[in-house]
Design a protein around this ligand. Structure first.
Ligand SMILES: Cc1cc2nc3c(=O)[nH]c(=O)nc-3n(C[C@H](O)[C@H](O)[C@H](O)COP(=O)(O)OP(=O)(O)OC[C@H]3O[C@@H](n4cnc5c(N)ncnc54)[C@H](O)[C@@H]3O)c2cc1C
Length: 403
């Protein structure tokens, strides 16, 4: 019997994981990875600040999928079969020791993404997976017999029985043409996971300051997030902002990234009345609140129009009200987005309704499989994006090997 020929389009996280899953499931498959650039696994290399945040330790499938603004329903069945536990077992059983940080992010114990790359490359070699670089897939044709012929711009062709399409996320719609020509529809791609630009705001003297457990909301919407926020030279970043950019990716795009955000610096402002009596002789700049750094507190007091020389007992009712309002709903103008150095991803991509999530095979074109960021799936930071890439690729790789 002829060997099954599997073509993997994209030599990234999903491509390698899918190729290895297929090789392990079907020992006589002939597997070829086609990669556009001269380098393999580029994003894995730079991910997590060069450390590769492979996944997150969060338990419970529904808790885990809650971190995906898009794809959360579809991923329930995927993660039930191959979730974070199966992923960490996969790496550890192949010799990669992993460590979990306090916030749940999981990294190789070496703190080097190269450890993951070395594993993928050595396993690929041992399975005889063929890797072709500098091959930019430009067209995929399906013949009447069901064979796929893949072409680059120079019209060099390769024939495959099955294809795993995993070229990552694209913002340029033209990049989806070869998949559209096979009958697929694309959900409009938009950026996700970015920082906010907010120039000349009252916090501009505080770059580098981080505040924990803050709530941020896009004004006049229900889109909010909680976590730490980082004040930057350009505006705002940190987990709470990145999460807000993910859950608000489409709304923010419609607003052309010009909007107002409300920051709730603390959950409970009842302490203001207590402080007026408890600290009556202290200056207002001395507040004893651990969660709000002193430099930020002073700026907020000033922006409430309160003289920082005042003592707590001297605060009028209206001054207390102004301070309360600023602590609960501090409004900032956002004028744009910034993806510098961030783990940016693309929301949008292959329409999930057109994919069978039991196998990751196209419902439209038999023999065509999908994995990774090319799908309309994206997660927040913390290892969630790699997890969806590993899981969809594993299901696709094993699914492809079944006749
Ligand atoms: C700076 C940065 C840091 C990140 N850090 C993390 C992290 O620590 N943890 C986490 O979970 N996520 C992280 N992410 C997100 C994560 O890297 C991606 O979600 C993940 O790589 C997606 O995997 P993929 O295989 O779908 O796409 P990719 O890893 O992007 O791989 C796609 C591959 O396909 C190739 N390709 C594209 N078009 C073609 C074509 N026409 N023909 C042939 N090949 C093609 C590309 O060159 C690429 O090599 C980070 C992202 C960035 C940008």
């Amino acid at each position: 019997m002829d060997k099954i020929k599997i073509g993997i389009i994209g030599g990234g996280a999903a491509g390698f994981f899918g190729a290895l899953a297929a090789a392990e499931t079907c020992r006589d498959a002939e597997i070829t990875i086609l990669e556009k650039s001269t380098r393999l696994l580029t994003k894995v290399r730079i991910s997590g600040g060069g450390r590769c945040n492979v996944t997150n330790s969060l338990r419970g499938v529904r808790e885990f999928t809650g971190n995906y603004p898009r794809g959360n329903k579809e991923l329930i069945s995927v993660f039930s079969r191959f979730g974070n536990k199966e992923t960490t077992d996969w790496f550890e059983s192949r010799g990669v020791s992993l460590k979990t940080e306090q916030d749940g992010r999981i990294f190789p114990s070496t703190d080097e993404s190269q450890t993951i790359i070395d594993l993928f490359l050595s396993l690929s070699k041992s399975f005889g997976i063929r890797i072709i670089t500098s091959y930019d897939v430009n067209e995929i044709k399906r013949t009447d017999s069901g064979t796929f012929i893949v072409y680059d711009r120079k019209k060099t062709g390769y024939a495959f029985d099955k294809i795993l399409y995993c070229p990552g996320g694209f913002l340029n719609k033209e990049n989806f043409n070869c998949i559209k020509s096979l009958g697929h529809s694309i959900v409009e791609p938009v950026p996700s996971l970015f920082s906010f630009v907010s120039e000349n705001n009252k916090l501009k003297e505080l770059p580098g300051l981080s505040v924990n457990n803050v709530e941020v909301r896009i004004k006049d919407t229900k889109i909010s997030s909680r976590g730490s926020i980082l004040i930057t030279h350009q505006g705002f970043s940190g987990p709470a902002i990145l999460k807000l950019s993910a859950f608000g990716a489409r709304v923010l795009k419609d607003m052309d990234y010009k909007t107002l955000i409300e920051i709730r610096w603390t959950n409970d402002t009842n302490f203001l009345m207590d402080f007026k009596f408890e600290y009556s002789e202290r200056k207002i700049t001395k507040h004893g609140l651990k969660e709000i750094p002193s430099r930020l507190w002073e700026t907020l007091v000033l922006s409430a129009g309160i003289n920082t020389e005042k003592r707590w007992r001297e605060l009028s009712k209206s001054e207390l009200m102004k301070l309360k309002l600023i602590l609960e709903k501090d409004v900032y103008e956002i004028s744009g987005k910034n993806t510098n150095k961030e783990e940016f991803v693309t929301a949008g991509g292959v329409n999930l309704k057109e994919v069978n999530f039991k196998t990751m095979e196209s419902k439209i074109c038999k023999g065509l499989f999908f994995a990774g960021e090319v799908l309309d799936i994206d997660g927040i930071t913390g290892g969630f994006n790699f997890q969806s890439a590993w899981s969809t690729a594993y299901i696709a790789g094993t699914g492809m090997s079944i006749e």
